[in-house]
Write a protein that binds this ligand. Structure first.
Ligand code: ADP
Length: 464
């Protein structure tokens, strides 16, 4: 059973982890798709800029100037570095007008967010027949920003990549020889946009989905936790019931066996002939039937809840109450090696309690100190007044109770599972009843204990 529950818990946790991984993957995918859809939306919104005639003519102007520079390069009038310087300065001279144009177009779109734009020339390669001559093949650090702002690429989106091939005829002057030559040109340009607040806008669009999936996920975790906790509780109840049946069977067996021997011996002549033996046997029968009765009463009455306990409260001096209690207890524990030390609050206090029920409740605690004691039993009863409560502390030097068991000892039928449960008699009802009696009085019982050192029960009863 325990193994099955462990397997169930491990399997459920594993399934939950797998489910959360899938869910995270799906949510991230949705986020990416929504982001791409948003970028497409922005791209088509600002596409008017690319098709605006003025920007095209600015591009044409720049490319014509580039062609002239490349012709000068072919004619060895300038070198490659100078071509680059001229290409950049030509772009610099066109950018202010393009930026103004772009800003007025974007403003007229009223998008509700800011979009920055740039067109980069990423490579220019010249071909002379089969020979390629790279003018620019730029890395990110050394590129030519033709139009727009030079924002970093990290958060930007590439919305276009254009490759432009052209053949250019020019007049070549080498020494005295003038001829018409041509070169082929390949220009690659990229367009990028940077949407400020892109991530928060996309997040806003997937927020509902994200929230719903988090809520559902938490709900599933809660449900699983609740089911497993219920399962463990059911299992514990089943164990407690089995223990109780084992205990009661064991408890009933001894007096029944003694009764059967005693009644059989009553038929035997030596007992019939001896009045003393006869009365002794009758006394045994009486004691054993009394014990049986006590056991049945314990099961029937002691399992009552606090609400079912009818109290008959009366004022009584604590000195009187404890002296009677200790006297009765000493009598019942006389066959054991027990020392009891009583330290009562002075001056005496008048308690309003149900004498009968509280005696039974405290008796259970005192009897346990003897039952679960090792060697010489030392009990200390100490009383005091704290925060308007009459506090009784009953300490022993017995086997002690582990931290885990301390949480359960006041539950119905609970007995510590240690070795043979039958070595110490009991039904696991004593402390439950004590707890219920105190609850009926408006008080409470708690425990402080360390294994092999001893146990202290702290009982609080409201005064007044
Ligand atoms: P019972 O004594 O019939 O077993 P109780 O309800 O009185 O039932 O006690 C529940 C369990 O708490 C006991 O079985 C025992 O394991 C543990 N216990 C109670 N009192 C003590 C004590 N003084 N020292 C050690 N263990 C104790």
């Amino acid at each position: 059973m325990k193994n099955r529950i462990t397997i169930l818990i491990v399997a459920s946790v594993a399934a939950l982890l797998a489910l959360s991984a899938i869910q995270t993957h799906l949510v991230l995918n949705t986020y990416r798709l929504t982001r791409d859809a948003f970028v497409d939306e922005v791209d088509s919104a600002i596409s008017v800029i690319d098709v605006s005639g003025r920007q095209d003519s600015l591009f044409d102007e720049w490319s014509t100037e580039m062609m002239d520079d490349l012709t000068d390069l072919q004619n060895h009038r300038i070198d490659k570095a100078e071509v680059l310087v001229r290409m950049k300065s030509s772009a610099d001279s066109k950018r202010p007008e393009q930026k103004k144009l772009y800003q007025s177009l974007v403003d007229s779109l009223r998008l509700g967010y800011d979009v920055e734009y740039k067109k980069l020339i990423t490579s220019v390669v010249m071909y002379n027949g089969n020979k390629a001559d790279t003018i620019i093949l730029l890395g990110p650090a050394d590129r030519l920003v033709l139009f727009g702002e030079d924002f970093p690429d990290a958060d930007a989106n590439k919305i276009d990549r254009m490759t432009w091939f052209t053949k250019h005829d020019f007049i070549s002057v080498v020494g005295d020889t003038i001829s018409t030559r041509s070169f082929d040109l390949e220009v690659v340009a990229e367009t990028m946009i940077l949407i400020t607040d892109r991530n928060s806008i996309v997040f806003g669009r997937v927020a509902k989905l994200l929230l719903a999936s988090v809520v559902i996920f938490l709900f599933v975790i809660g449900l699983l936790f609740y089911s497993i906790r219920n399962l463990i509780t059911q299992k514990r109840i089943a164990e407690i019931k089995t223990d109780f049946i084992n205990n009661i069977t064991h408890e009933l067996k001894t007096p029944l066996a003694t009764l059967s021997i005693a009644t059989r011996s009553l038929r035997q002549k030596p007992v019939l002939d001896s009045p003393t033996a006869f009365t002794d046997t009758l006394d045994t029968i009486d004691r054993q039937s009394g014990r049986l009765q006590k056991l049945i009463d314990q099961v029937l009455n002691n399992s009552l809840g606090a609400e079912a306990i009818v109290l008959n409260k009366e004022p009584i001096s604590d000195t009187v109450f404890f002296s009677e209690l200790i006297q009765d207890f000493k009598l019942s524990a006389q066959h054991r090696d027990v020392t009891i030390h009583v330290d009562l609050h002075a001056p005496e206090v008048i308690l309003r309690i149900d004498r009968f029920h509280l005696t039974t409740a405290l008796f259970n605690v005192l009897e346990n100190a003897v039952k679960f004691g090792i060697g010489h039993v030392g009990i200390r009863v100490h009383t005091a007044i704290k925060n308007g409560e009459y506090v009784i502390e009953i300490s022993d030097n017995g086997i002690g109770i582990s931290d885990r068991d301390q949480k359960q000892i006041f539950e119905k039928f609970f007995r510590v599972h240690e070795g043979d449960v039958h070595t110490v008699k009991g039904l696991g009802l004593g402390l439950y009843l004590t707890g219920q009696v105190l609850k009926a009085h408006g008080g409470a019982i708690t425990v402080r204990s360390a294994l092999k050192e001893g146990t202290t029960f702290i009982i609080g009863i409201p005064l007044g």
